[in-house]
Design a protein around this ligand. Structure first.
Ligand code: HPA
Length: 251
C-alpha cells in the first residue's frame, strides 16, 4: 500500500478521490488517514498539518501518524516538504530529492519504541529509500522545473524561522535546505521498516540569504505555484513504485 504525506500547501490534494476517512488508534495516540485514489492509483493520503492546516510543526503527532500508516498496511511513503534554501545552486521553485538529513530538533520524541525494556538502534547510512528515489528520478524527466537529485535536509523545531547566524552554521555543517517537519518522520518510517522518500519544494531563500523577511504567505504562494507540477510528477512516480517494501529498507 502506498501513501503520500502532504506538507504545507499539499493539505488538500486536487485530483484525490476520497473514498474513506479513518481514525486509527495507536499506542501513541490517534491519527486520521484518508483512503482513496490519485489519478487511478490507490493511495493513502495523510495531510501532515491536519485537514485545514491547523497543526504547526511542533504539534504534529509524528509517532501516531507513522504508526497509523504502518498499522494500515502502508509499505511505501512519499512525503512532501516546503523548505528554505541555503545552497546558491538550489533556488526557490526548484525541487530537491532529499538524500540525507541533519537533526537539529530538540523538543520531539526520539523513537517509537520507548517502553521500559525496549532498546532499538536503527541504521541511518541510507536515510531515504533508494527504490522510491529511483522511481522519482526516472519519472522526473518531463517536469518543467529544475530537480536536484540529492540534497541534505536540516530539520529545525520551528515554528519560528531561523536566524541568519543559524543559517550560516547549518550551511557550514553541509545542509542544503532547511525545514521543520522532516524529522522525526523519517526516523519513525525507518524504525517501522517503511520505505520513505522526501520531495522538497524550495519556497524561499533561507534567512539572511533572502533579500527580504520570511513569511508563511510567500511559502504558501510558491507551493500553490508548484503544486500542479508536483502532483503530475508524484502520480507518475506512484505508478512506478513497487508496492512491497524494498530489501534495503526492510533489513
Ligand atoms: N525555514 C524553515 N522551514 C521552512 C522554510 C525556512 O526557510 N521555508 C519553508 N519551510
Amino acid at each position: 500500500m502506498l501513501a503520500l504525506i502532504g506538507g504545507t500547501g499539499m493539505g488538500d490534494l486536487p485530483g484525490f478521490m476520497l473514498e474513506r476517512k479513518r481514525v486509527v488508534c495507536t499506542r501513541h495516540g490517534e491519527a486520521t488517514i484518508l483512503e482513496g485514489h490519485l489519478n487511478g492509483t490507490p493511495l493513502i493520503f495523510l495531510p501532515r498539518h491536519g485537514e485545514g492546516h491547523t497543526l504547526p510543526p511542533h504539534r504534529i503527532n509524528y509517532r501516531a501518524n507513522m504508526l497509523a500508516l504502518h498499522q494500515y498496511g502502508v509499505t511505501r511513503i512519499i512525503a512532501t516538504a516546503a523548505v528554505g534554501s541555503l545552497n546558491h545552486a538550489m533556488k526557490p521553485g526548484d525541487f530537491v530529492l532529499i538524500s540525507d538529513f541533519i537533526d537539529f530538533t530538540r523538543e520531539r520524541p526520539l523513537t517509537i519504541f520507548d517502553r521500559p525494556g525496549e532498546v532499538v538502534h536503527t541504521d541511518f547510512t541510507q536515510a531515504y529509500c533508494p527504490e522510491i528515489r529511483h522511481a522519482l528520478e526516472r519519472t522526473a524527466e518531463p517536469l518543467e522545473a529544475p530537480v536536484h537529485f540529492g540534497g541534505t535536509y536540516l530539520c529545525a523545531d520551528g515554528p519560528r524561522y531561523e536566524t541568519p547566524a543559524e543559517i550560516r552554521m547549518f550551511a557550514h555543517w553541509g545542509a542544503d535546505v532547511v525545514g521543520m517537519t522532516g524529522v522525526p518522520e523519517v526516523v519513525f518510517a525507518h524504525e517501522l521498516r517503511i520505505c520513505y522518500a522526501t520531495v522538497a519544494i524550495i519556497t524561499n531563500w533561507a534567512a539572511g540569504i533572502s533579500p527580504s523577511r520570511l513569511s508563511h504567505d510567500e511559502v504558501v504562494a510558491i507551493m500553490a505555484n508548484r503544486r500542479p507540477l508536483l502532483l503530475q510528477w508524484l502520480s507518475r512516480a506512484f505508478q512506478a513504485i513497487p508496492q512491497a517494501t524494498c530489501s534495503s529498507c526492510v533489513a
